[in-house]
Design a protein around this ligand. Sequence first.
Ligand code: 13P
Ligand code: SF4
Length: 309
Amino acid sequence: MKLRELQDEVLKLKKETNTAILAHSYQAREIVEIADYSGDSYKLSVDAKGLCQNNILLCGVHFMAETAKMLSPQKHVYLANRLATCPMAEQMDADIISQLKEKEPDRAVVAYINTTASLKAVCDVCVTSSSAVKIVSAMKNEKILFIPDCNLGEFVRKSVSGKDIKLLQGGCPVHASVTAAEVRKAKELHPNALVLVHPECKPAVTELADFAGSTSGIMNFAKKSDAKSFIIGTEISIAEHLQYECPDKQFYPLSKKLICPNMKITTLVDVYNTLMAIKNGGDAFEILMSDDEISASRRCIDEMIRLGG
Ligand code: 13P
Ligand code: SF4
């Protein structure tokens, strides 16, 4: 079967099974093309609310499917590949965060959305990379504990004044692997290109960039800019999507290390197999959460949408 034929089968099955496909922008091109909604973590959270289909198929990592389930508890939510987990989401323990809260009750806990549902349940508000600065600025609390990504936390600290922001050592192994030396090398190779990086990169990397912002922030910047070439410091799919969407511009990945194995484990075949399993009652990976789990963890996602909208 050819790729286009498989995509057509997926489009047919999507309708037959009344399924909405949500794909994070780090998914491969052939998956983004057949998705009903694609975008960064914030956009997917907003899109997951109020869908009319009975089933949601998430192409991304586990915490994203969990978030979709929290926002649409009455729907069946599936993850296209059960092995797709984000290592950052598992880095911090809910008991340790609860103990820190007991010691400093006036310090609000801000959790990056890349966290498990059990961790979200002990936090005050969630943020994504595109909403973090806006939400932390809008919070009444002066004292903040930002978890788990200390690079994004440092980026927020520099962008927001008048807050005491405490960080813990966590982060994205993919973005944090990029070095300042790689930025200098890429600039030497493409001296006219602007450097656009994700704030999950180390401060030494973001400091050398022309722009630091979320996945959608980078895409919007590149599309609107008059510049013709860009070095892209985030997951490699973004350079690929931009190249398709802006054929008159050139996009260079900042580093060959910017490939997230967890995002890239999902294939179009997984999407097809999951839809077939939904249709025939087979073995699809459904996200199951109790009502108590949903209400405990959803609170800080609702707060994120309230403050970030
Ligand atoms: P955003 O989608 O918020 O840009 O986050 C990037 C990321 O690493 C998702 O896992
Ligand atoms: Fe997690 Fe980083 Fe992969 Fe995003 S890019 S899913 S934060 S490991």
